[in-house]
Ligand binder design. Structure first.
Ligand SMILES: [Zn+2]
Length: 479
């Protein structure tokens, strides 16, 4: 997200207008000669992108992505995007890929459903049928009147900027280990068109004191309050309330059953009876998917011989641990070695599944990354708090029995990424993630959604049901 200007609404005559036309999107390059879109470096055509210079290929992706959005949107006013390739923060191991945001924001554009509410300019133009910036003075930057401003990292993939992982400029989705620029740009333009709140989730403060149109549809399902009804402090709490903040718009809710898979992965304690409840989990990118039938077994912790408490499972399990976890769900601590190493060691000791206890206070627990095609048992991450509770419940265990039973399976009363009433979760990790929290769908959505905070490798270029909920959310806010 970049800074936002708010311009007061100029008195404008609302003319009668008919059915809106398919939108047109104008890409306006602000790159100097030889840079970005004008980079003359020769390249071979890739993945359906026929460009023969780096600059051409970059431009082709922009046009390709703009065409996809054009087919989806309707507006009588052309949508303008100021686009540039710039040196953004990066080092050998990490990089800012880029960003996009609505550049001008309007209060009370004609046609808006919500009064005294901030609308991104592209949407304000669509609703009013006139270009709100028409006749406004440019701020001198050269792009002051545009709807959306984008910037992407011109150095990505070079030795000192996420070495080797540049933008993939093919149009076929086969990005391999590179960053899929088609999906990245589709996502970023989604933000610029309105998939974002302008309210600050870390302070709760509304921009210039006005709610964003987005805030009318955000509800904390613990309190039943919408963001527009909350105090700043309540918004801060809500922005950190893992899997509690939901989107209430009717267009999205109607499409959830078509788009999201039925069944939320969870670890359900089935015995002893006083402890019965479902634990939130983060799923693994390796091993078999968690199934509806699930894996049910007694839970036993892996312990370290040195202190008898921590169980990292970074080395092959010793005889005591083997005896404990064989045929059981192994409880292992996060840390020191990779997740796949821990799970493989438990698998070799005969465990049926693995729960990894987080060592940070993340809520909800993130997924488990890594790859190992030889892993054949399911694994998941649980929160530190839940892990401590499980260890406490197993204090009085024998060497082979704990009396604590868990089913690692799918809760079939919920869609993956939505609450019990079928409303999708927004991304609200604790701690707050600046630039990501609130303005994305939650990472528990399955299949993966374009507007999750991370660009997953299985995304398509379809913006609506039955694949994706992106366009339906934009419909809810007025598109
Ligand atoms: Zn994003």
């Amino acid at each position: 997200m970049s800074k936002h200007f708010i311009k007061p609404l100029a008195a404008s005559l609302l003319l009668a207008f008919g059915a809106a036309e398919a939108a047109t999107i104008q890409i306006l390059s602000r790159d100097p000669a030889g840079v970005g879109f004008n980079d003359p470096t020769p390249v071979a055509p890739v993945g359906g992108n026929p460009g023969t210079t780096l600059g051409e290929q970059r431009w082709n992706v922009y046009r390709y992505v703009a065409d996809i959005w054009e087919k989806q949107l309707t507006s009588d006013v052309p949508i303008t995007v100021s686009a540039g390739w710039e040196a953004l923060t990066c080092d050998a191991g990490s990089a800012v890929l880029g960003s996009a945001s609505a550049w001008n924001i309007w209060i009370n554009p004609p046609g808006a459903a919500h009064a005294n509410t901030l609308y991104p300019q592209a949407l304000a133009n669509k609703l009013s049928g006139v270009n709100q910036s028409e006749g406004q003075e440019d701020d001198g930057s050269g792009y002051g009147n545009v709807d959306i401003k984008t910037q992407f990292n011109v150095n990505l993939g070079q030795p000192n900027c996420l070495a080797g992982s540049g933008f993939y400029l093919g149009l076929d989705g086969n990005a391999g280990t590179q960053v899929n620029f088609v999906a990245t740009l589709l996502h970023e333009l989604g933000h610029g068109l309105g998939f974002a709140t302008f309210t600050r989730g870390n302070t709760g403060a509304m921009l210039a004191g006005y709610p964003s149109v987005w805030d009318h549809y955000l509800m904390d399902n613990m309190t039943g309050k919408r963001w527009v009804q909350m105090t700043n402090a309540e918004r801060v709490t809500s922005a950190n309330n893992g899997r509690r903040l939901v989107w209430t718009g009717g267009e999205v809710k109607a499409k959830v059953p078509e788009v999201l898979a039925l069944g939320t992965p969870s670890a359900k304690i089935t015995a002893p009876s006083p402890l019965v409840r479902a634990l939130a989990i983060g799923t693994a990118s390796f091993g078999p998917a968690i199934t509806a039938a699930g894996t049910s077994a007694e839970v036993m912790p892996v312990v370290d011989q040195a202190d008898g408490v921590t169980g990292l499972a970074c080395d092959p399990l010793n005889a005591i641990n083997k005896l404990a976890v064989a045929g059981k769900i192994a409880l292992v601590d996060r840390g020191v070695c990779g997740f796949t190493v821990k799970v493989k060691n438990a698998q070799l000791a005969g465990a049926k599944a693995v729960l990894i206890v987080d060592n940070a206070n993340d809520n909800p627990p993130p997924g488990l990354g890594g790859a190992d095609p030889t892993i054949t048992i399911p694994a998941a991450r649980i929160s530190k708090v839940d892990g401590l509770a499980l260890k406490d419940a197993m204090k009085a265990r024998s060497r082979t029995r704990s009396g604590l039973f868990i089913t690692l399976g799918l809760d079939m009363s919920q869609y993956a990424g939505a609450d019990l009433l079928g409303r999708p979760y927004l991304y609200t990790p604790n701690p707050y993630a600046s630039g990501s929290s609130v303005s994305h769908y939650d990472t528990s959505a399955f299949p993966n959604q374009l507007m999750e905070p991370f660009i997953n490798s299985d995304l398509t270029t379809v913006l609506k049901a039955p694949k994706d909920l992106t366009f339906h959310l934009l419909r809810d806010i007025g598109w």
